[in-house]
Design a protein around this ligand. Sequence first.
Ligand SMILES: Nc1ccn([C@@H]2O[C@H](COP(=O)(O)OP(=O)(O)OP(=O)(O)O)[C@@H](O)[C@H]2O)c(=O)n1
Ligand SMILES: [Mg+2]
Length: 402
Amino acid sequence: MQLKQLPRDFELARPVLQTIERAGYEAYFVGGSVRDTILGKSIHDVDIATSAYPDEIKHLFKRTVDTGIEHGTVMILDHGTGYETTTFRSESTYTDFRRPDHVTFVRSLAEDLKRRDFTINALAMRENGEVIDLFDGLTDLKKHHIRAVGDPQERFHEDALRMMRAVRFASQLDFDIVPATEAAMTDHAALLAKIAVERTQVELLKMLMGRTPQRGLTVMLSTQLWRYCPDFAQQETALTRLAQVLTHGVSSEVTAWALLSLSFGFDHGQTATFLKHWKTSNQVITDVQAVVTAAQILQTQDLAAWQLYQCGQARSLLANEVAVILGAPDRTTALTQAAAALPIHDKREVALTGKDLMQAGIQPGPQLGQVLAVLERQVVTGQVANQKAALLTQALTLVNMK
Ligand SMILES: Nc1ccn([C@@H]2O[C@H](COP(=O)(O)OP(=O)(O)OP(=O)(O)O)[C@@H](O)[C@H]2O)c(=O)n1
Ligand SMILES: [Mg+2]
């Protein structure tokens, strides 16, 4: 196959490949960018594979960065763009099921391609657009098949993360995993427990945000991969239900986690524990907790002003997304209107400060904070106008009542 019109990112990278080739080495575009270009999708980064060794690459280019030199990867900087350039490798023993014990650099493209995960990811392309297809990846792309390169048992034994990658590509591309590859995933599912949770997380999220997460979840269930994901063990029923209702990808990481947490019936504390096991950031934990709380309410009713204010408009829309997936009516319009109608959106917008209260003779201390908190809530719920005079009167009433 010969691609005539190359996307701009490839055109820009051509001189880099040409430089390597002029020095007598081979260089190819490889990986997802080749796959996605043939599928007519946009690409996000261009990876290069070469017969040149890292030191040889560093001699050829003025500006390089050792991004993963022990694995043979050097980043070539060219006109403000970085190109990850990796020496052809044949990876041998993998005693830990995740990283080869050592990498062996080789000069042969075929050696490099045959240790890659799936045929659709084992395509290489010359700088002139000629596609090298040693494993019938083009046929699999056409048939929408995910097939391990060579012996699937070996591929998953080498790197157990590839099972989650299969699940992720099934969802992103809306492709079928071929039976022999899926069978090998079932055989090796337990090895997923050996993989760093951060890496599994990336694939899980890409799967849930992909085109057909239903497919991904269905394969996770049939191959038993779900059992080896943190805190999924008791959730077969919930996951089975999700595999039925999740007809399109979720819009964000926070939505994905909130959907899982709510489906699993986790409370505030359990949600935090769950996300800690998956090693998400604290910001994600806070956001997911707020979204779960709001989504729970949205399953049966609109958010009250105070609930909406606390959640914030952006997160309340994510909560609506979660509730809709779980069968609730879409409340986007009501939420947007209600958010626009809130008298304030942030504590700092309250038209009376602690300083104002002290000037009015209220002593600093816990009571002052309590008064401000009550005023904030009363402003949000419309019980008092957000005007200094009105708030001051209200504050004094509150204090005198105590
Ligand atoms: N566990 C892995 C990870 C990657 N690869 C190979 O390395 C390439 C690049 O990996 P990566 O960027 O992680 O995935 P992509 O297929 O490029 O997908 P994406 O578009 O999401 O980057 C893959 O295409 C595949 O050939 C592999 O064989 N086994
Ligand atoms: Mg990639």
